[in-house]
Unconditional design. Structure first.
Lengths: 755, 253
C-alpha cells in the first residue's frame, strides 16, 4: 500500500513511499529506490506534480501515464503554435497530438490550459500560417482556431482579474496558487466561453459556484476578488451590450443601414461596429480578394480627399461605410490596416483628434499587428502626449520585440522630451539589435543635433552614410547636419545625392530647398520646387515650402497668394492656414490672422507654431505685454523642445520690442551654443540688435561681424539693416528714422515667425 | 568536489593508481593502460533520462511553454515539504550529507552512450559546465555503499573518488586490471561503461555534479528520434530540431 505518491506528468516521473521506503518510477519502467536528487527533481524545481494518497502502484502508474500523455499533448499543441519550429516537425507533432486527443481526459486537460491562459502576443500573429498548415488535422485545427479566437476575451478577462485581485489586495504569493487552481478546475475556460457566447447566466453561475465552493485549496481567500471580477465582467461585457441590443443578435454585420436611426443616435458608431464584429459572422457572399481590395483603395482615396477638404463629418461617414464593408467580410486585420492608413492621413492633415480616434479603433480591431501599436504611439507623440506615447511604444516593444519600429519610436519620444542621454542609450541598444536598420542610426544623429553636439552629429552622420550608402534618408540626414554647421555647399551636394537615391521623398525635397536658400541660392530652391510641384500636384507641402521661401525673402504678398491657393485646394491643410496667418501679420492684417490662429488646445508642433504666430500678432499691434505673457506661457507649457527654443527666440524679440534689452539679451543668450545654425544665427542678430540698442556697439559689431556667418539672404538682410539702422553708433542707444526702424522690425518679426 | 579533493583522498587515489600501473607493467599492459588513461581524460559526463525531462530542458526558457505550466497547489506543496526532509535517509545523504538533494548524477562515457536503465536518451554535458563542480565515484553509489558496508555517520573510504580533473587516474585504478596487451582502443568505452540487464548490473563510473544545469550545458544528445509511441516520436522530433537550431548535436542511435 502506498500512503503517499507525488506524480509529475511534466517530467514523466512519480515518487512514492511504501513502508517507509521511497521509490521512483518512470513511465514504462520498473520502480527503483529513490535518490535524493529525485526528490528535488519533482518537489524542488517547481515542476507540476499531483498528490495521491492511500493508493497502490498500478494506480500510480496509470495516473502517471495519463498525466504524461496530457503534458505531452499540451507540449505538441504548443509546438504547432511555435513558429520557430519547422513545418515538417510541426506535421509530426500534429500527427502525434491527433492521436493523443482521442483520449477524452487528454482533450479536456489541454482545452482547459489553452482556453484559460492568453497566448504570449508574439505567437498570435502567425495564426493564418499555423492554421493553414493543419488542414489535414481538423480536430486540432478547430481547437487552435478556438484558441486564437478566444484571445481578445482572455486578454480582457485576465486584465479584469488582475484589477479585481489588486483592488482586493490579494496576497501575490497566494494569487499564483489560486490562479493555477482556477485554471485546473476550468474556471477561466468556462468564464471565457460564457463571455464569448454572451451568456450572462452561465457567467454568474460559474463565478458564484467558485466563490461559494467549500474552503479548500485556499480559494476562499479570493472570494472577494471573484465577486469584484463578476461585477467588472458584467459591466464590461453585458451592460454595454444591453445599451446596444443589436449586439446580442447574431447579425451579419450589424448595425445595418436600416438601423440608421440607432446609428445617428449612437455616440460612437464606429466603436459599436467594432464591438459587434466580435459577435457577428462574416458575410457569406463576400467579394473576391481583388474586388475587395479595389473597393477599399477607392474608399480610402475618397476619405483622404475629404479629410484634406476638411469635410470631417462626411469623411467619418465614409469611414463607417469602409469598416462596415470590411468587418462584414470578416476581415478585421485589413480593417485595422485601413484605419492605420487613415490615421496616418489625418496626421498629415494635422487632424489629430481624428487620427487619435482612428488609431484607437485600430487597436481594438487587431492587437497582433505591430503597425497598429506604433501608429497609435506616433499619434500620441504628435499630440505631445509623450508619457502616453512612451507607454504605447513600450507595449509595442514588449509585444513585438523583433520589430524595430517600437524601439526606434521609444528613443525618438525621449529625444522629443529632451531626455537626450536616455534617448541615445536606447538608440544604441536598438542599433545593436537591428544593425541593418538605418532609422536608429539617423535617430542618434537627430539626438546629437538637438543636444547641440553638432560636430559629433556630423561625424556620426558621415559614418552612417558609409554604412547605409544607398539610403537616401541617411544621406539627407548628413546634409541636414552639414547645413546646420554652415557647410552649405557640401550640404547641397549631399542633398543632391540623397535626392537621386530617394527621388520621391517629399521631406528630403523640402530639406534640400531650405538648404539651397540657406546657402544663398533662393532662386535655385524655387526652381527645384516648381519642378517638384509639377510632378506632385497633390502634395500641399511643396507649394507651402515655396510660400515660406517667398515669405523669408520679404515677398509677403506673393507668399500669401500661394497659401490661399493651397487652402482653396486643401481647405484643411493647417500648415498653410498658419503660414497664411503669419504672412497676414507681416502685412499688418492682424485681425484676420488672429481669427484662424490657436490660442488654446495646442498639441502638435504645428499647433505650437500657430500659437507662436498668435502671440506675435499682438506685437504687431503694439500689445507687447500680451505677446510676452503668451510666449512665456508657451515656453512653460510647450512639450516640444525645438518649438520651445523658437518660442524663446520670439520672446527675446518681444522683449527687444518692449525696449527691455537686458531681459532680451538674457533670453537670447540661453543655450545659444546648442541651437541649430539657423536658430542660433537668428538669435545672434536679435542679440546684436539688443546690444546695439543698449549702446554696446563693440559687442554688437563683434556679434554681427565675426560671429554671425550665415549666408541666408533673409538673415543677411537683417544684418545689413541693423548695421545701417545704428550706423555703428553715433550715440549710445540712439535709434534712427522711424521708416528704417519699421523695416527692421518687420524683418525681425519675420525671423521670429519663421516655422 | 571539496571532499574528493581532500589531500588524504588524493593520496589514497594516487596510491591505488600507482599500484594499478605497477601491476599492469608486470603484465606488459602499461602501454594500453596509458592509452586508456589518455582516452578517459577526454571522457564526458552523460546524464541518462527519458524524453520528458529532456523536453522540459529544451523548452524551459520559452515563454510560450512556460505560460501553460502551472505551479503546484499550496496544500500539495505542504505535504511535499514534509516528505522532502526524509531524503536524508537515502544513500546520497551518507555520501553528500545535507546537500545530497543538490547532486545531479551522471555517468562517465567515452562515446556519448549512457545508461539505458536510467532512460533512453543521453545528455552529454559540456566539459566547461561540469569541470568546476563535478567529482567522480568509482561505481554506482548504491553498490559503493553496499560493497563498503557503509553506515550513516561512517567516513567515506578513501581513494575511490576523484575530482573531475583526475578522473582518468581513478579509471586506471579501477579498470587497469581488465586491460591486457591485446585490448584495443575500441574496447575502452565498453570497459568504462557497460549497460547491464538491470540497474544493478550496470557497470560505470558515477559522476556527481553539484547544482542543476540548463540547456547551455548540453554538448549533444544521443537517442532515437523516432520511438514507437506517437507522442514520444512527436516530442523527440521537436526536441531534436530545437537542439539543432541552438547548435547542439543530436546523435542518432
Amino acid at each position: 500500500m502506498i500512503d503517499v505518491a507525488f506524480v509529475s506528468g511534466q517530467i514523466g516521473k512519480a515518487i512514492y513511499r511504501d513502508n517507509q521506503t521511497y521509490y521512483s518510477v518512470e513511465q514504462g519502467s520498473t520502480p527503483f529506490p529513490i535518490r535524493a536528487g529525485e526528490f528535488h527533481d519533482i518537489l524542488g524545481r517547481k515542476h507540476e506534480f499531483d498528490l495521491l494518497e492511500n493508493t497502490d502502484l498500478p494506480s500510480v502508474e496509470r495516473y502517471l501515464e495519463l498525466s504524461a500523455l496530457q503534458h505531452s499533448c499540451l507540449f505538441l499543441l504548443l509546438t504547432l503554435i511555435d513558429y520557430e519550429v519547422s513545418l515538417s516537425a510541426r506535421v509530426v507533432a500534429a500527427q502525434a497530438s491527433d492521436t493523443c486527443l482521442e483520449n477524452p481526459a487528454v482533450d479536456k486537460f489541454v482545452r482547459r490550459r489553452l482556453l484559460s491562459v492568453p497566448l504570449p502576443t508574439q505567437y498570435r500573429s502567425h495564426r493564418h500560417e499555423i492554421l493553414s498548415s493543419l488542414s489535414g488535422f481538423q480536430v486540432i485545427k478547430n481547437l487552435l482556431q478556438e484558441v486564437f479566437e478566444c484571445q481578445p476575451v482572455l486578454d480582457q478577462l485576465w486584465a479584469e482579474w488582475q484589477d479585481a485581485t489588486s483592488s482586493t489586495e490579494t496576497d501575490p504569493s497566494i494569487k499564483r496558487d489560486v490562479e493555477a487552481q482556477l485554471i485546473r478546475t476550468g474556471f477561466f475556460e468556462d468564464v471565457g466561453q460564457a463571455l464569448s457566447q454572451n451568456d450572462l447566466q452561465r457567467l454568474n453561475e460559474r463565478i458564484i459556484k467558485e466563490a461559494t465552493a467549500p474552503v479548500t485549496d485556499g480559494l476562499s481567500v479570493v472570494r472577494p476578488s471573484l465577486i469584484v471580477l463578476r461585477a467588472k465582467l458584467q459591466q464590461r461585457f453585458f451592460v454595454r451590450s444591453q445599451e446596444h441590443p443589436q449586439k446580442r443578435l447574431k447579425l451579419k454585420h450589424s448595425p445595418s443601414r436600416s438601423q440608421s436611426k440607432a446609428k445617428s443616435e449612437s455616440s460612437d458608431f464606429i466603436a459599436q461596429l467594432i464591438e459587434n464584429s466580435y459577435y457577428s459572422e462574416p458575410d457569406a457572399k463576400g467579394l473576391s480578394a481583388f474586388e475587395s481590395k479595389n473597393r477599399v483603395v477607392k474608399q480610402i482615396s475618397t476619405i483622404r480627399e475629404l479629410l484634406h477638404l476638411g469635410k470631417n463629418g462626411l469623411a467619418e461617414k465614409y469611414v463607417e461605410d469602409l469598416l462596415e464593408f470590411q468587418l462584414g467580410q470578416g476581415d478585421r486585420e485589413h480593417a485595422a490596416m485601413s484605419l492605420c492608413s487613415l490615421a496616418a492621413i489625418s496626421l498629415d492633415a494635422n487632424q489629430l483628434a481624428m487620427a487619435d480616434r482612428l488609431s484607437s479603433y485600430a487597436i481594438k480591431l487587431n492587437v497582433y499587428d505591430p503597425v497598429v501599436y506604433t501608429l497609435r504611439a506616433e499619434v500620441l507623440k504628435n499630440r505631445g502626449h509623450f508619457a502616453a506615447a512612451l507607454k504605447a511604444y513600450e507595449e509595442a516593444k514588449d509585444r513585438f520585440p523583433s520589430v524595430h519600429y517600437g524601439h526606434d519610436g521609444y528613443a525618438d519620444v525621449l529625444n522629443e522630451q529632451g531626455k537626450f542621454d536616455e534617448s541615445l542609450k536606447y538608440y544604441h541598444q536598438t542599433q545593436n539589435h537591428f544593425p541593418d536598420d538605418p532609422v536608429a542610426f539617423n535617430g542618434e544623429v537627430s539626438v546629437l543635433r538637438n543636444k547641440g553636439e553638432l560636430r559629433a552629429a556630423v561625424k556620426i552622420a558621415l559614418r552612417n552614410t558609409k554604412q547605409f550608402s544607398a539610403d537616401g534618408v541617411t544621406r539627407a540626414t548628413l546634409a541636414g547636419c552639414l547645413s546646420m554647421i554652415g557647410k552649405y555647399d557640401e550640404a547641397i551636394k549631399q542633398y543632391a545625392l540623397a535626392l537621386s537615391l530617394a527621388p520621391k521623398n517629399i521631406r528630403l525635397i523640402i530639406g534640400y530647398c531650405h538648404s539651397l536658400k540657406a546657402a544663398g541660392k533662393p532662386d535655385a530652391a524655387l526652381r527645384l520646387l516648381d519642378s517638384q510641384i509639377e510632378k506632385y500636384p497633390l502634395v500641399p507641402a511643396l507649394p507651402n515650402t515655396k510660400a515660406k521661401l517667398f515669405q523669408a525673402s520679404g515677398r509677403f504678398r506673393e507668399a500669401l497668394n500661394i497659401y490661399e491657393a493651397i487652402l482653396r485646394q486643401f481647405p484643411a491643410y493647417t500648415p498653410a492656414t498658419f503660414g497664411g496667418a503669419a504672412a497676414k501679420i507681416l502685412l499688418g492684417r492682424t485681425d484676420e490672422a488672429l481669427r484662424v490662429l490657436p490660442e488654446e488646445g495646442m498639441e502638435s508642433e504645428l499647433d505650437w507654431f500657430g500659437f507662436r504666430a498668435y502671440a506675435l500678432a499682438f506685437v504687431r499691434i503694439g500689445e507687447n505685454d500680451v505677446a510676452a505673457q503668451k510666449l512665456q506661457f508657451g515656453i512653460e507649457v510647450c512639450p516640444w523642445v525645438r518649438e520651445r527654443a523658437k518660442l524663446e527666440t520670439a520672446l527675446g524679440f518681444v522683449e527687444l520690442a518692449r525696449n527691455n534689452t537686458i531681459q532680451s539679451i538674457r533670453i537670447l543668450q540661453k543655450n545659444l551654443a546648442k541651437l541649430e545654425q539657423r536658430q542660433s544665427q537668428s538669435r545672434l542678430l536679435l542679440l546684436a540688435h539688443s546690444q546695439a540698442q543698449r549702446g554696446e556697439s563693440g559687442v554688437s559689431k563683434v556679434l554681427l561681424g565675426s560671429i554671425f556667418n550665415s549666408r541666408d539672404p533673409q538673415l543677411r538682410g537683417v544684418q545689413r539693416q541693423i548695421f545701417s539702422s545704428y550706423k555703428l553708433f553715433p550715440i549710445a542707444g540712439q535709434r534712427l528714422t522711424s521708416s528704417g526702424q519699421e523695416e527692421l522690425f518687420t524683418a525681425e518679426l519675420s525671423l521670429a515667425l519663421a516655422a | 568536489v571539496r571532499s574528493a579533493s581532500d589531500p588524504a583522498q588524493i593520496a589514497a587515489l594516487e596510491g591505488r593508481y600507482e599500484a594499478a600501473r605497477t601491476v599492469a607493467e608486470t603484465r606488459s599492459a602499461l602501454t594500453q593502460v596509458a592509452r586508456f588513461e589518455s582516452a578517459v581524460r577526454n571522457s564526458f559526463a552523460v546524464v541518462s533520462c527519458s524524453i520528458y525531462p529532456l523536453r522540459q530542458l529544451v523548452v524551459e526558457s520559452k515563454a510560450l511553454y512556460a505560460n501553460y505550466q502551472l505551479g503546484t497547489r499550496a496544500q500539495v506543496r505542504k505535504v511535499a515539504e514534509g516528505e522532502f526532509d526524509r531524503h536524508r535517509r537515502t544513500v546520497d545523504a551518507m555520501l553528500f550529507g545535507a546537500y545530497g538533494d543538490q547532486i545531479i548524477y551522471a555517468a562517465l562515457s567515452l562515446d556519448g552512450n549512457g545508461l539505458k536503465s536510467y532512460g533512453a536518451y543521453s545528455i552529454i554535458l559540456r566539459d566547461v559546465a561540469v569541470s568546476k563542480r563535478a567529482s567522480v565515484l568509482e561505481e554506482n553509489s548504491y553498490s559503493f555503499v553496499k560493497n563498503h558496508k557503509m553506515e550513516p555517520g561512517h567516513p567515506i573510504p578513501e581513494g575511490y573518488r576523484a575530482p573531475w580533473g583526475r578522473r582518468a587516474e581513478l579509471a586506471v585504478a579501477k579498470l587497469a586490471d581488465l586491460i591486457s596487451p591485446t585490448t584495443s582502443d575500441s574496447d575502452f568505452s565498453s570497459l568504462l561503461l557497460s549497460n547491464g540487464s538491470t540497474r544493478d548490473d550496470d557497470n560505470f563510473m558515477e559522476v556527481h555534479i553539484y547544482g542543476g544545469y540548463d540547456q547551455n550545458a548540453i554538448e549533444a544528445v544521443s537517442g532515437n528520434s523516432a520511438p514507437k509511441r506517437a507522442d514520444e516520436k512527436g516530442i523527440a522530433t521537436v526536441v531534436k530540431e530545437v537542439l539543432n537550431n541552438t547548435g547542439k548535436k543530436w546523435i542518432e542511435e
